[in-house]
Design a protein around this ligand. Structure first.
Ligand SMILES: NC(=O)c1ccc[n+]([C@@H]2O[C@H](COP(=O)([O-])OP(=O)(O)OC[C@H]3O[C@@H](n4cnc5c(N)ncnc54)[C@H](O)[C@@H]3O)[C@@H](O)[C@H]2O)c1
Ligand SMILES: O=C(O)C[C@H](O)C(=O)O
Length: 327
């Protein structure tokens, strides 16, 4: 089998550094798949990316068949199978994601165009750089020849954070938690849903049986975890974000485990009242290299209000980038 071309933008950044070594050691696509890495950086950071590439060489990873470094998006995305769009301007202390729309819009338009021009037929795109959902919308808008569903954004970190918080609350191993869902935007309005989740086969909201904890502790802890990490580290999450990106692509390609689902921000088909086309997080099952929204879940009033609020924020972001002529 030919190596899979994996392009990582922002390769010299913090997430890039945490991501590349794990991609090269098989954590993205599995232990049998050779990868060819393409690192895209801005000209000033190409040298740093070259340094990372030297270290990758020095690991002698059996699965790493090549590394190319460039500041040219057209070259970086030529023949790409998996595109990890990480490079963006990270949120600084006190800054909200909305502030980043304009700064990052300029990055994702040319990258969408380059994906459109050169990507392989099976390309899968994951946007990590914030504001991830709306950046994905921008890239997608400039890649009209690529099927829309190939553009996704990352809420897997939120998903993993929610699992970890719930497991700690109930003093159970994380492996006991299934069917957790993050709905909406990767932002402070996101909604981690316990009403459809399970703990050891039991309904998670019932197992918690504490609506005040759910509303006042669990949801804000998960939704504001990114800001809490920035506050504590002085920089946004990196290793956990890289880990979530690997999980997202791994499950998309290799499937979600039987009896469970995951959360991915994907173009809405109108399910659960989310306007068609918004890139919003849903519960999804992956099989045979494709994802599908889990249908038929009950959405109670508590959940409805929160999903609607996050989706309204996504619609506002979409309107803002439309106003800026980015889509
Ligand atoms: N979705 C999530 O869950 C999640 C989690 C954590 C971080 N993030 C976001 O991921 C992004 C990257 O975070 P980081 O900590 O690695 O930031 P970083 O500043 O360490 O690295 C970003 C890198 O992107 C590069 N870059 C900028 N513009 C580029 C362009 N046009 N093409 C290619 N590379 C470009 C920069 O040179 C830099 O090396 C940020 O937007 C951050 O907010 C998202
Ligand atoms: O909030 C941020 O900018 C950081 C990141 O999105 C995170 O969730 O850790």
């Amino acid at each position: 089998m030919a190596p899979v071309n994996v392009t990582v933008t922002g390769a010299a950044g913090q997430i890039g550094y945490a991501l590349l070594f794990r991609i090269a050691s098989g954590h993205l696509l599995g232990p049998d798949t050779q990868v060819n890495l393409r690192l895209l950086e801005i000209p000033q950071a190409v040298k740093a990316a070259e340094g990372t590439a030297m270290e990758l060489d020095d690991c002698a990873f059996p699965l790493l068949s090549g590394i190319e470094i460039t500041d040219d998006a057209k070259k970086a995305f030529d023949g790409v199978n998996v595109a990890l769009l990480v490079g963006a301007r990270p949120r600084a202390k006190g800054m909200e994601r909305g502030d980043l729309l304009e700064a990052n819009g300029g990055i994702f338009k040319p990258q969408g165009e380059a994906i459109n021009a050169g990507a392989a037929d099976d390309v899968r795109v994951l946007v990590v750089g914030n504001p991830a959902n709306t950046n994905a919308l921008i890239a997608q808008a400039h890649a009209p020849d690529v099927p829309r569903e190939r553009f996704t954004a990352m809420t897997r970190l939120d998903h993993n954070r929610a699992i970890s918080q719930l497991a700690a609350k109930l003093s159970v191993p994380v492996t006991e938690i299934k069917k957790l869902t993050i709905w909406g935007n990767h932002s402070a309005t996101q909604y981690p849903d316990l009403f459809n989740a399970e703990v050891g086969g039991r309904n998670a909201a019932e197992a918690v049986n504490d609506e005040a904890w759910l509303a006042d502790t669990f949801i804000p802890t998960v939704a504001k975890r990114g800001a809490a990490i920035i506050e504590a580290r002085g920089a946004s999450s990196a290793a956990s974000a890289a880990n979530a990106a690997l999980n997202h692509i791994h499950d998309w390609v290799n499937g979600t485990p039987e009896g469970d689902w995951t959360s991915m921000a994907i173009p809405s088909d109108g399910s659960y009242g989310v306007p068609e086309g918004l890139i919003s997080s849903f519960p999804v099952v992956c099989k045979d290299g494709k994802y599908e929204i889990v249908q038929g879940l009950e959405i109670n009033e508590f959940s409805r209000a929160r999903i609607d609020a996050s989706v309204a924020e996504l619609a506002e972001e979409r309107d803002a980038v439309k106003g800026l002529g980015l889509i």
